[in-house]
Ligand binder design. Structure first.
Ligand code: NAD
Length: 361
């Protein structure tokens, strides 16, 4: 066995009510915190300002998806105007992405409080968008100093968004299981992440205020983010980035619709990963189990209904096979076109038998 494992040096505080530690934790990182939110979560930001007291520098509530450069510049200007020396971000991947941009460009350290299951808070991955083009990279300077996971703050995440966000997290785990640079610790975390998310999402869908299920799902999203930050991504993420970037499709929902098909495509070439995923999902074929789980939770499974035009299938297949990420099964334009055709129509993924028959020998 050979592997490299380089865990990231962040501090995690997990548990219902742990938001109460925000002033103490922010004080360890800086003296004056700029609070970051989306417009929708401004109320959460105002509560943080009050909790931070003298440690609050101001509130910037204009975080949006994919971190436009103009937004990062506006936030940086505001940070210097109010003399902030750190940020406190509360929200999903969009708000956390803005905190990362301010760490990267302006050297502001952050404390982040995730309220979705996207997992960005524990990855060194940053993204910035300009003129419709999203640039991403990995840089340890964007890692938050402290992450406060408080499941109480996820109770308000609407069930449909919780499902999509949770499946986005499962996708991180699945791809870590077959990443070329994965390792045994990462595989343990990824398998456990799939297990806790798959068991908590149905409870959250039917009972959104179930505290134990919310805690489970947030724990799963920490595992998912950790493995995303530690191992490489493959076909599934490449496809979702291509679809999101080219056709402006919604992030988490696109992950949900593509995931069963990406798993089916890779299954014949990743038997150990599939065995772990199968165990985590209660013994069923992973691609079918994820499709059944998502559909049963009311997720939209047809890319056609998420904004992909029919002509987009060929274009996406061509783009996704250009500079592909390392992937267990060789990526071909025809193979990806076939995968996308099924996902476009919301069909179930190929079974393992069909996938083996379709795989190049
Ligand atoms: P998001 O941050 O865009 O949030 C979606 C909406 O839900 C926003 O309006 C937000 O304010 C709202 N919301 C968030 N939490 C809520 C809550 N608890 N209650 C009510 N409303 C809530 O969605 P996301 O899926 O978390 O993030 C997507 C973005 O994150 C994408 O840009 C994606 O590329 C990025 N991302 C980055 C990484 C990384 O490692 N860098 C990982 C995953 C996702």
């Amino acid at each position: 066995m050979h592997f490299l494992y380089a865990p990231h040096p962040y501090r995690i505080i997990f548990g219902a009510g742990s938001i109460a530690k925000i002033a103490e934790e922010a004080g360890k990182v800086g003296a004056r915190a700029l609070v970051l939110t989306t417009p929708e979560q401004r109320g959460e930001g105002e509560r943080l300002l009050a909790a931070l007291g003298a440690g609050a520098a101001g509130l910037f509530d204009r975080a949006v998806m994919h971190v436009p450069v103009a937004t990062a510049e506006a936030a940086a200007a505001f940070a210097s105007q109010c003399d902030a020396d750190c940020t406190v971000a509360i929200g999903g991947g969009s708000t956390i992405g803005l905190a990362k941009a301010l760490s990267l460009r302006n050297g502001l350290p952050s404390v982040v409080i995730p309220t979705t299951y996207a997992g960005s808070e524990v990855t060194p991955i940053w993204g910035l968008t300009e003129d419709g083009i999203k640039t991403t990279g990995r840089d340890n300077r964007v890692l938050p100093r402290t992450v406060i996971y408080d499941p109480d703050l996820t109770l308000s995440l609407p069930p449909a968004l919780s499902v999509a966000s949770g499946l986005n997290a499962i996708a991180h785990c699945v791809e870590a299981l077959y990443a070329f640079d994965g390792n045994p610790i990462i595989s343990l975390m990824a398998e456990e992440g799939i297990r806790v998310l798959a068991r908590s999402l149905p409870i959250i869908k039917s009972t959104p205020d179930d505290a134990a299920a919310r805690s489970d799902a947030l724990y799963g999203s920490w595992l998912a983010g950790t493995v995303l930050g530690a191992a490489s991504i493959a076909l599934h993420h490449k496809l979702c980035h291509t679809l999101g970037g080219t056709f402006d499709m919604p992030h988490a929902q696109t992950h949900t619709a593509v995931l069963p098909h990406a798993i089916a495509y890779n299954a014949p070439a990743a038997p150990e990963a599939m065995e772990r995923a199968r165990r985590a999902l209660g013994g069923a074929d992973p691609a079918t189990a994820i499709f059944t789980l998502a559909k049963g939770l009311g997720a939209e499974m047809a890319l056609a209904n998420l904004g992909l035009p029919f002509e987009g299938i060929a274009r996406a297949a061509e783009l996704a096979t250009r500079n592909p990420y390392p992937n267990p099964r060789p990526i071909t334009v025809d193979g990806i076109k076939h995968l996308l055709q099924r996902a476009y129509a919301g069909l179930p993924p190929l079974s393992l038998v069909e996938a083996v028959a379709a795989a190049p020998s």
